[in-house]
Write a protein that binds this ligand. Structure first.
Ligand SMILES: [Zn+2]
Length: 252
């Protein structure tokens, strides 16, 4: 009987408080594309909630055996929900030589949460006519296009790989690219960490160059972008790995 009541309450809660597909909720602003996905996920989760009328509400954090919230477990939970079949190992994200803002930027990139034009178009922020890549390659600006396959911005990888002395085929997605790029470090810890940092710097500089062209009308050549990547990577890495490897700017 109690079970039946709970199910009844739950159905009532979902249908009255939430509405079909959440129509009963009102939002202060239009939801972003990922917000809509999260609402759908929330509704799905609510449908399995069984409300107990005579029980006092308490908070439980399921991702810790102690049921007490911790940032570490929340982070692991997020990492396990990365979009797509490919995932990024959590340990590789926390590169202490890379500024936190850049790690967070990469995190958003892995989840396709950057305000690229395809995402903005989906949210209704920009008109259809503004969807194309700023490099005038006549292609819609998606994250994979901008960071990998654009004839202009993608050329950065070609120049960098030539500098690093190895080659990889460009995979379809950025997550695969990140994993593949750092694999070339093999089992050498220092090399792996350096390649990770270079990947972070490269995507960061591509994004800055794209924003500079888009919002400031300023345009650097791809060779300049590559030079900036090399200097920034050297600056980030010099205090630990480069000293250990006894690499100087002239050898870099
Ligand atoms: Zn392009």
């Amino acid at each position: 009987m109690l079970v039946k009541e709970s199910i009844y309450n739950c159905v009532w809660y979902v249908s009255v408080r939430v509405g079909v597909e959440g129509q009963a909720w009102s939002w202060r602003r239009r939801l972003f594309a990922w917000g809509e996905d999260e609402v759908r996920e929330l509704i799905f989760l609510l449908q399995s909630v069984s409300l107990q009328v005579y029980k006092i509400d308490t908070w439980h954090w399921k991702s810790e055996t102690s049921q007490v919230f911790s940032v570490r477990s929340a982070y692991k939970l997020q990492a396990s929900h990365l979009i797509g079949v490919s995932t990024v190992a959590v340990t590789t994200l926390w590169n202490k030589h890379v500024p936190l803002k850049v790690v967070l930027f990469a995190w958003r990139l892995f989840r396709d949460r950057l305000p690229t034009k395809d995402n903005l178009l989906r949210r209704g922020v920009i008109p259809y006519d503004s969807r194309l890549c700023i490099a005038e390659c006549n292609t819609v600006e998606t994250s994979t296009h901008l960071f990998l396959h654009c004839p202009t911005f993608g050329a950065v990888w070609y120049l960098l790989l030539r500098w690093l002395g190895f080659s990889i085929a460009l995979p379809l997605g950025v997550v695969d690219h990140f994993n593949q790029f750092s694999l070339d470090g093999g089992n050498v810890k220092a090399r792996g960490a350096i390649l990770h940092a270079i990947w972070f710097v490269t995507t960061w500089e591509i994004w800055k160059e794209r924003n500079n062209r888009l919002f400031n009308g300023k345009h650097s050549s791809i060779f300049n972008v590559v030079d900036k990547i090399k200097s920034l990577a050297f600056m980030w890495l010099q205090f630990m790995w480069l000293q250990k490897l006894q690499t100087t700017w002239n050898l870099w």
